[in-house]
Every structure is written in C-alpha cells, then in structure tokens.
Design a protein around this ligand. Sequence first.
Ligand code: ADP
Ligand code: GN1
Ligand code: MG
Length: 360
Amino acid sequence: MDLSKVAKLFGINNKIVEEEHITIGHINVTYRVKFDDDKEYIMQRINKYVFKDPVSLMNNIILTTTHIRNELTRKNMPVDRYVLSFIKALDGNYYVIDSENEYWRMYHYITHSLTYNVMDNMDIIENCGYAFGNFQCQLSNFNASLLSETIPNFHNTISRFENLKKAKEKDEFNRFESVKDLYDEYLKLEEISTRMTRMLNNNELPLRVTHNDTKCNNVLFDLTTNEPLSVIDLDTVMPGLAGFDFGDSIRTGAANNREDESDPTKIYLCLDKFRAFAKGFLKTTKDSLTKNEIDTLALGAITMTLECGSRFLTDYLEGDVYFHEKYKGQNLIRAKSQLILGKDMINKLDQMNAIIQELL
Ligand code: ADP
Ligand code: GN1
Ligand code: MG
C-alpha cells in the first residue's frame, strides 16, 4: 500500500522521507513514517480478521485517550508523551478506508522511546508495573457503558478452552496427531485456567475498565531515563479483570524467556522480576483492589499464560490465521513455551502470593 495516499486522506500532503515497518506486534501492520517537515507518525492498518468492527474500536480508543488526556491536563501534567494522540481524517473520522477496503489510523510517533520484548532491568520492570497500574487508575472514573466489546469473550478462558476443543475436532490441517500430548497437557490445566472466569461469573470479582493486552512491549519507555511514557496498543481496552492486566504483564515482563523460546531450560518465572513488577503495579492500585482481586493477582498470571498458550495452540490447529508468525511453526513453539511457563508459575503460586502480601 502506498502510505502517502493514506496520509493524504488524513490531510497530510508532505513527502515521506523515511518509512520503517515495525514488526514487534502480533496483530496489526505498523509503520513509523517520517515526513519532510520532520514530523513522525505511526500509520497502522487495523487487523480486520481480529477486529470485526474497526469503527467502534476507534470510537473506544478516542473516548479513552481523550479521558486520559483530560485527566493529565487537570493535574497539570505534560500530555504529548504520556498518551497516544490520533489524527482526524479529512472526513472527520479517526480512521480512513483505503482502496482495498482496509482500515488505517494515524497517530503521533513518540520519539526517543523504546519497547522491550523481554525485560531484565528491575527498575524498568517496576516502571512497567507502574504504567499499567496507573493506566487502570486513569480510567477508574470512565463510564464503562460507553465502550463496545471489540473482541467478544476476549479473556473468557472457558470459551478459549472450548475454542481449542473445537479446533481439535475440526483439525482442518491434520495437525492434531502431532500435538496430541501438548493438547492433553493443556486440558489437564483447564480447571485452574478457568477459575477466575468462574469467579467473575459468580460476581466474586469486579469488572473494571482494563487494557486487556498488557504485554510488556505495549508500554513505551524513555530511551535515556527508562521512565514509563504512554501505554499503547489500546484495541482491547474494555471491561475486564484487574488480575488479568497484572497477569498478562507477568507472563511477558517477569519471565526469563522470550515468548517463542524453544529451550525449555530457559523458560521460567523470575520471582525477583515478579516482585519488581508487583511493586510498581500496586503503587497506584493497592487501595482500590478488593481482597478477592488481591488474592487472585498471581492466579491471573497463571490464567493469562495458559490462556495465551491455548490460543497459540488453537491458532496452530486452525492454520496460523490469527497471530503473525515470523517463521513457520512459531505459534506451536509459543504454545509449548507458555505451557512450561504456566506450569512453573503453578509451582510458584504460593511464593508469588507471599510476595504480594509482603508488598502490601
Ligand atoms: P500490535 O497491535 O500489532 O501489537 P502495537 O500498537 O503494539 O501493534 O504497535 C507495535 C509496536 O510499534 C509497539 O510495540 C511499539 O514498539 C511501536 N509503537 C506503536 N505506537 C508507537 C508510538 N506512538 N510511538 C512509538 N512507537 C510506537
Ligand atoms: C497479541 O497485539 P499484541 O502483539 O500486543 C494479542 C494478545 C496476546 C499477544 C501474545 C488483540 O498482542 O492478546 O496476548 O499477542 N492481541 C490480541 O503475544 O489478540
Ligand atoms: Mg502490541
């Protein structure tokens, strides 16, 4: 796609002088684009297979980023680097549709920033925890009824396991036989993986406005100071569980391994990283979380890890149609690594809970 044609629909007629395809995320197609007036933007093609209603999705994002911007302004805090800022297209929408019927959005590139796929520095991990906890606080007085559900049942682990079973039954690509043992291992952990969803269904856990995709590479950090800047990737901001936001970050930010690590000896939860993240997260959230929420933070890490792994396995069985792969078989490797990590977290559940109590 000719990005300059898309930019024109946003009213930007300058010449593109740099164009970089950023391949970090698993879902959208993302470019950093610099124009000849030195202005830099992210231009992102929204994944229509994943997000069936990009218009409602953009409405959610504009409402929540505007809310956060107003909160920052009210507190006399700087805005530019701390919240995403989207460009309005010539037709007044915050998205455009190209000649191939693809949806694009454009927003300011936050310069002098970086993201981490694996985090090793304890200060940065604590800052990551702070960023996601703070994000939840910034939206604590946002009216959740204004938000559409951009992916129905996104963290409904009961339905995630049902999807896995359906993919096995269909076995469209004849892949099941080769992953039978892995599949059986996942099913053995269905009870623990679905516990929090059952608690939610029994009103034992409250719904809040949450991010729902708190992978550690969805926070930008200042390149020099490592200060947390904006939380990004807002497509899944909708009602959810605090423990799932906490847990999905632990899955990536407190693990020793990359998500697609293939050496089992390198895959484990690092408790020091867990402590650092929890310290940052609890700074802003500890006074608002209920007892049940606090008691299930660590369980949230197990839940998110096994849910994510089961989703990778489902995608493998369905022919790798959901998550971008950088090489063939990557989803299967991810499914294997998340199982090992999830099991290690189960062994460390008591230690994780003890750390949380200690921090409180
Ligand atoms: P995906 O939904 O595919 O994960 P993201 O929205 O997370 O896509 O963007 C992918 C990557 O692009 C991020 O991990 C980050 O490195 C970079 N990025 C996204 N938005 C910005 C921004 N406003 N400024 C700087 N970098 C960004
Ligand atoms: C996707 O978009 P990205 O790469 O931050 C996925 C998450 C998964 C994650 C696994 C909308 O996140 O739910 O946990 O991959 N996002 C969506 O790495 O499905
Ligand atoms: Mg992302």
